[in-house]
Structures are given as C-alpha cells and as structure tokens.
Write a protein that binds this ligand. Structure first.
Ligand SMILES: [Zn+2]
Length: 328
C-alpha cells in the first residue's frame, strides 16, 4: 500500500500524463491483490438490465482474466444519460453479484471522467490532429460508409453545432485478435476521419474507452464481435495519444431466430439471474467450454471455479454470431 500522501500528491496534478499514469498504478496497488499483470475489464452501458448476450461477455472477460491470474475491473459506460433509465447501473451491479462475478477494486463511472476526456481531446487539438465537422446527417449518409474528409480543408468556419473528427492516415492498423485471428484495417480508406466528440457535445465512445483503458491499466479486452470494427480506431487513438496498446479478443454475439443481435432494442428479456447456475452453465457452453452436465445444479461459485480451471480461449467459437437457440 502506498501512503495516502503519495496518492494525493499525484492526484493534485491530473494534467500531467506521467502523474496520471502513477494514479493508475496506485489505483491498482490499492486493490491490494497480487496478480500476474493481466488487467481485464467489463464495461456495460446502463441502458437496462443485462441480457444473455451481455452476461456472456461478462463471463468471457471474467474467465480470461481469472484464468490468467489477473484482475477483472468494472466500468460503467454511462455517457449518454437520455438512454439510461434510473437505477439501471445498480441493477447491473446486483446481477453481477448474484452471478458471483465479483469485480476487483472500485467501479469506474464514465460520467465522472469528463475532465479526463476533455484533456485528451485538447491534446489532440493542440497537436492539430482533429478538426470541426458540421456535415449534416444526410450529407454523411450520402458519402456511404466512409467519411470523405471534406471539413478538413473547409474555408468557412463551422456552424456553432459541430462534431470533432480526428484525422486518420493511410497506414493500416494490424492486430492479432485472441479469438478471431489476424485483422488488418486501413482507417483512412475504410472508415475515414472519425468522430471523437459528437455534435451534441458528448464525448464519443471511441475516445472515452481509450482514455479509460489507459487510466485503468487495462491489458486485455474480451468483448462482443460487434465491437471488432471499433478496435482499429481504438488502437489508432492509443498510438496517437502514446498509450499502451491493448490485446483484444472478440466473442461471437448472440442473435435471435430472426438474426438480430439480442439487445434492449430487439426487446431481449433480462438474463434469468434467479437461475444463476443454469445461466452460467449455458454461458460456458456457448463459449465452447463444455461444462459437465453434473454442474447444472451446482452453486455459481463451483461453476465459476470449474470455468476458470478449464478455461481455453482457443475453444471459443471463431464466429461473428451464434444463435441463442443453437442446439448444445
Ligand atoms: Zn464534415
């Protein structure tokens, strides 16, 4: 444990990146657990209770962290208040607790981190790595899936409502996904300059997540396949901001019989936490871990212990999607 005076001294100077790093190191030290250096996380958006797909992501990231003798941190991605019903964040904490998925340290709330996102944005602005964009929705729609960069060189000032985009370059981002294998993406030609602060002044997910992964010292991110196409943008921002590069693994997302991702938008029911052993058993099987049937009636703790002991990330299906009603 560090003496409190050291923590206060570093926290009083949050604009200094070196100090910010030592705050992160201190935050980890205060968790007080010895670990391998692996730090994973689960980062739900509190738009409602966890459904099966999000529990699956929680279990996968928890298993990989614990099987590697690592820490498993929790972050609430509560940056979009209109989409967040009151009490949803607490409900998620309760669901995780009931499943026996205990996180290490304190929960980090993105809503309390706006200053830190503003600092990262300012750094990019000071280095002239971003610009204002006031293109309308229909203009952007007409460009197709790649932003054409037209506001980079604009001669008239942007209107008072503008997004901030980061300049991208032609260099391809390459990474080795722990589950899905090698990936390569040329952001400039395949995505274009992307938004890091939205027109409504909310910080974009891509910026916030990268700032927080660095702050929490995250080394490994295991999450759903739907976020695979965000990964090159996140690695690109990590490089621009001189942060550590995270290792990623993307599990298949769960879809319903119609082929839609099960989510709040497709009216997926909350995960059946009352039957937590059955739910954990189902998750392990979806993740290719072949949990013995005899464990169906075991306590959640026994299932988690079995899962950690037998965890094999190579057995996770190398698929984009998996049907919830797939036969097991
Ligand atoms: Zn524009």
């Amino acid at each position: 444990m560090h003496p409190p005076s050291l923590l206060q001294a570093t926290m009083s100077n949050p604009t200094n990146p070196a100090a910010a790093k030592s705050v992160s190191a201190n935050a980890n030290a205060t968790i007080g657990k010895s670990h391998s250096g692996y730090i994973g996380r689960f980062a739900p958006s509190p738009t409602g209770p966890l459904h099966f797909g999000s529990v699956l992501a929680a279990v996968a990231s928890y298993m990989d962290a614990k099987a590697n003798n690592g820490l498993w941190l929790l972050r609430m991605e509560d940056l979009d208040p209109p989409r967040e019903p009151a009490g949803a964040a607490d409900q998620i904490l309760q669901q995780l607790t009931q499943l026996g998925l205990h996180w290490d340290g304190e929960v980090l709330y993105q809503s309390q981190r706006l200053k830190n996102y503003a600092e990262a944005l300012k750094e990019l602005q000071d280095r002239q790595l971003c610009y204002r964009c006031d293109c309308s929705r229909s203009q952007i729609r007409n460009m197709g899936s790649v932003y054409d960069g037209r506001c980079r060189q604009r001669l008239t000032p942007a209107s008072h409502e503008f997004a901030v985009r980061v300049k991208t370059d032609a260099k391809a981002i390459e990474f080795l996904d722990l589950i899905q294998g090698a990936h390569q993406h040329a952001i400039y030609t395949e995505t274009g300059d992307f938004v890091i602060r939205r027109k409504d002044k909310l910080f974009a997910y891509q910026l916030a997540v990268v700032v927080d992964d660095e702050y929490q010292g995250i080394t490994h991110v295991i999450r759903g396949f739907d976020l695979l196409d965000s990964t090159p943008r996140q690695i690109y921002l990590q490089q621009l901001l001189d942060y550590s590069t995270v290792v990623y693994g993307h599990i298949p997302i769960v879809i319903n019989a119609l082929g839609d991702k099960i989510s709040k938008q497709t009216f997926a029911p909350a995960a059946d936490i009352q039957n937590s052993s059955r739910l954990l058993h189902q998750c392990l099987n979806f993740l290719g871990q072949a949990a013995p049937g005899a464990l169906l009636n075991a306590e959640p703790q026994s299932l988690l212990a079995w899962g950690i002991e037998h965890w094999d990330i190579h057995a996770v299906p190398k698929l984009a999607t998996i049907r919830q009603d797939a036969p097991k």
